[in-house]
Design a protein around this ligand. Structure first.
Ligand code: G1P
Length: 291
């Protein structure tokens, strides 16, 4: 089997303004909104770590410094907790050491493709992952782990897809599917936010990517697409044909926390699974629904 270069770096585009969640996101980044007791961004970082990724690259913007604080040492908090004999495991996964994290700013909101391009110098000449923290991918193994395992066979470019009802398709990037082999689907085309009648399928790009470094050159042209933004989907579409391009259908649950109902669904679903609060939340939910 061919050896593909391992995926060691992940890009997290976190510069978005989060207007859909105003006023909650006026002073805190949307990526810091918690699902129960973990901020959204940490679910994505944990997922990357589980997939063997070592360096987390955050593309941030103004007002996002609490993300940096979240992954830093909180000296006073830690010292006080230790002194009081508190459970230090509550902070598990929140410390990224220098060398394991990097922050770069996207100075203007020009689109997802532009955000990824802002990380080009840190990514360098190697394949890398992109994780959109809005999309909470919940499964064991996690979505990126499933992708990295598939990548060991396919190499090239890989995206995660899921099937959604037709009326939701225009909100996402959509693939034109080719041959299928288990969870793998060949990607013949990609289109960003198509009108329903032009959508090639209902398999949508669910915010996880493994990309070859050449995509940065494609993004360099700063060509605008859907919504007048520089779209990652368009840059990927241009690479089809010159490099292998496949999709992995994620085996697990996916919650679109970029919209309010999806966010509430994620909170409820993950709460019900928890050993500490699951039973209580179930009772509450049943009581509320019984009314
Ligand atoms: C972005 C991508 C889109 C993808 C979606 C997943 O869109 O451009 O292809 O399907 O994330 O959530 P956005 O949510 O930024 O509009």
């Amino acid at each position: 089997m061919t050896q593909h270069r391992p995926i060691k770096k992940a890009v997290f585009p976190v510069a978005g303004l989060g207007t859909r969640f105003l006023p909650a996101t006026k002073a805190i980044p949307k990526e810091m909104m918690p699902i129960i007791d973990r901020p959204l961004i940490q679910y994505a970082v944990d997922e990357a770590r589980e997939a063997g990724i070592e360096q987390m690259i955050f593309v941030t913007g103004r007002g996002k410094s609490s993300i940096e604080d979240h992954f830093d040492i909180a000296y006073e908090l830690e010292a006080t907790m230790a002194e009081r004999g508190k459970d230090m495991s509550l902070l598990e996964g929140t410390r990224l050491m220098p060398g394991n994290c990097a922050y770069v700013r996207q100075q203007e909101p020009l689109g997802l493709g532009h955000a990824v391009w802002c990380a080009r110098d840190i990514v360098g000449d190697e394949p890398f992952a992109v994780l959109l923290p809005d999309e909470l991918m919940w499964g064991a193994p996690g979505c990126m782990r499933q992708m990295v395992d598939a990548y060991a066979r396919t190499g090239g470019n890989l995206i995660s897809v899921i099937e959604v009802p037709d009326d939701e398709v225009p909100n996402y990037g959509v693939i034109d599917p080719g041959a299928e082999d288990g969870a793998l689907t060949e990607v013949r085309g990609l289109v960003e936010k198509p009108a329903i009648e032009n959508a090639p399928s209902n398999k949508i790009v669910s915010g996880r990517y493994i990309l070859q470094p050449e995509v940065m050159k494609t993004l360099q042209s700063h060509e605008k697409g859907a919504g007048g933004e520089i779209q990652l989907t368009d840059a990927m579409a241009r690479m089809i044909g010159s490099q292998p391009f496949n999709a992995v259908t994620f085996a697990g649950a996916r919650y679109d926390c970029g919209n309010k109902a999806g966010y509430v669904e994620a909170t409820l679903a993950l709460s019900l699974e928890r050993s500490d609060i699951g039973a209580e939340v179930r009772q509450v939910a049943e009581r509320l629904l019984g009314q």
